[in-house]
Design a protein around this ligand. Structure first.
Ligand code: DX5
Ligand code: ZN
Length: 223
């Protein structure tokens, strides 16, 4: 199971320092929450920040595009990302945009909001490398988890097994020390977190998540 650190809760004036500490602490991926003030009610960062992070660090970057016209920016985001994830709800021809991402030789992801059911994306699951299950409404870090959405991880795992597919399953939003064990019991491949990693002592936070993960995995008998 991988840990992906969303820089949304990092100290952006000290991003290099915070990311270095997170990488030393053992994160597997950097999660870039790109917001456009249109698809979601918040604005964050984008291509220049992603390129700067890429120049300085080698670990994989996943760009989570919470923007209305992701198709316009695939070229740029693919240039520094290992995964580019677009939203099912972004009102574009998702399948075509996913294809465009794949043609760049990187992983194509689709994210679904808490109110979107797995049924909606079932027809494209054979074309994705990554499904990001949102457990908050996208827009901000530090929100309370919508636990009802966790069941979608189980549904996706079932479909993956039955249809012999390969996509990874990520979970994003509201993960904290109190609910991490419960999240793990659903068996995601990637855990995304902003505040539970960057608020407070970064290495200690990552250790806590890692320990909770291994205890739960061993406890539930999964590998
Ligand atoms: C929400 C973002 C999440 C967010 C997670 O719109 O997609 O990645 O940064 O933040 P936490 O872990 O604090 O809920
Ligand atoms: Zn995100």
């Amino acid at each position: 199971m991988k840990i992906s650190a969303s820089i949304l809760s990092a100290d952006l004036l000290n991003l290099e320092r915070d990311l270095k500490e997170a990488i030393d602490g053992g994160i597997d991926l950097i999660h870039l929450d790109v917001m456009d003030g249109h698809f979601v009610p918040n604005l964050t960062f984008g291509i220049p920040v992603g390129k700067s992070v890429r120049k300085r660090f080698d670990i994989p970057i996943e760009s989570h595009l919470m923007i209305s016209n992701p198709d316009r920016y695939i070229e740029e985001y693919s240039s520094f990302s290992e995964y580019v994830t677009i939203h099912w709800e972004s009102a574009v021809q998702v399948s075509r945009v996913l294809q465009k991402i794949k043609e760049k030789g990187i992983k194509a992801g689709v994210a679904i909001n808490p109110s979107t059911e797995v049924d909606s994306i079932e027809g494209i699951l054979d074309r994705v490398d990554y499904v990001l299950v949102m457990t908050v409404n996208p827009g901000f870090s530090g929100q309370k988890m919508i636990k009802d959405a966790l069941g979608k991880i189980d549904i996706l795992r079932g479909i993956r097994e039955k249809q012999n597919l390969n996509f990874e399953i990520g979970v994003d939003g509201g993960i904290n020390r109190d609910n991490i064990k419960e999240v793990i019991t659903h068996g995601p491949d990637i855990i995304v977190s902003a505040s539970a990693i960057f608020n407070g002592k970064i290495k200690e936070n990552i250790n806590f998540l890692r320990n909770a993960m291994s205890v739960s995995v061993n406890g539930s008998g999964n590998s």
